[in-house]
Design a protein around this ligand. Sequence first.
Ligand code: NAG
Length: 321
Amino acid sequence: MLLPLALSFCALAAASPLVQKYRPLVLWHGLGDSHSSPGMLEFASLIGEMYPGIFIHSIYIEQDADADRKATFYGNVNSQVDMVNEQLNDIPELKDGFDAIGFSQGGQFLRAYVERYNDPPLHNLITFGSQHMGVSEVSECRRYDFLCQIARRAVKNGVYSKWAQGNLVQAQYFRDPSNLETFLEANHFLTSINNEVAPIDGRNETYARNLASLEHLVLVLFTKDVTVIPKESAWFGSAAEPDESDDSLTVMQEKILGSTTSGEETTIIPMRRQPLYLEDWIGLRTLDEQGRVILETCEGEHMQIGDCWKPLVKKFVGSPA
Ligand SMILES: *[C@@H]1O[C@H](CO)[C@@H](O)[C@H](O)[C@H]1NC(C)=O
């Protein structure tokens, strides 16, 4: 008696237009975190409360949580993004496309997925405190986080060495504006996704076409972020080359044209003044000119996310599937 009833209920539910089906969501955690940490599980469950029944996938490099956390420090980012592409392709729920949220470095890694693969396609990408223009310093570690401390020391020992660039995650988005030449030669991840090195046959147009196909790119900057240096990297800002910021005329122009100053000395080149943007190497300008790049802030230090995510998730996640 019960069984047929249950079956007919299922059939009814599937056929009913009243049952809301949401576009699936993919999450990519940050440095020192794992796909199944308490924080990530809680975040996923809060989104599940907002959109009952929404399908959520939390990206992993390793299924074991400790190994996954380790892979946020050690590994080859290009290979990790390749692997994630395969992982996403194996999930039937995602086959018609999805939205995604990237925390910290997970944000630029998701952008790499969009630019290189985007099949299945991403609709809205939200990145929180990500390092889209890299970092010019390696951030401090928590006191007893030895995994972090060892990785940090290794990065500081030779960030542009072949080994570091192939094996230390943070080194692969380290971009020192006072030594761009070495960065452009040594780096094979950030230079690539920012289309900053033009290969002989030009910049990769697939990257620009794919990024420009997003519905929205939502870039969230933490106002008191001292972990990401400079914090404006979350908005595609970067520190000016030292000779530029020493030139007072340039500094004046930067100020007039709307640059912000971070700390005492550093002049920040904002997104809309980056060559990457001006020449539209990655489709960012195309997106922005259509009003589809959303610059948002959260008050506080890096990843002090509080309730700041709620209006963004309300607006950019949970579209009808
Ligand atoms: C551009 O990127 C796509 C996607 O990663 C790749 O398949 C293609 O070979 C690249 N093209 C060039 C000219 O490097």
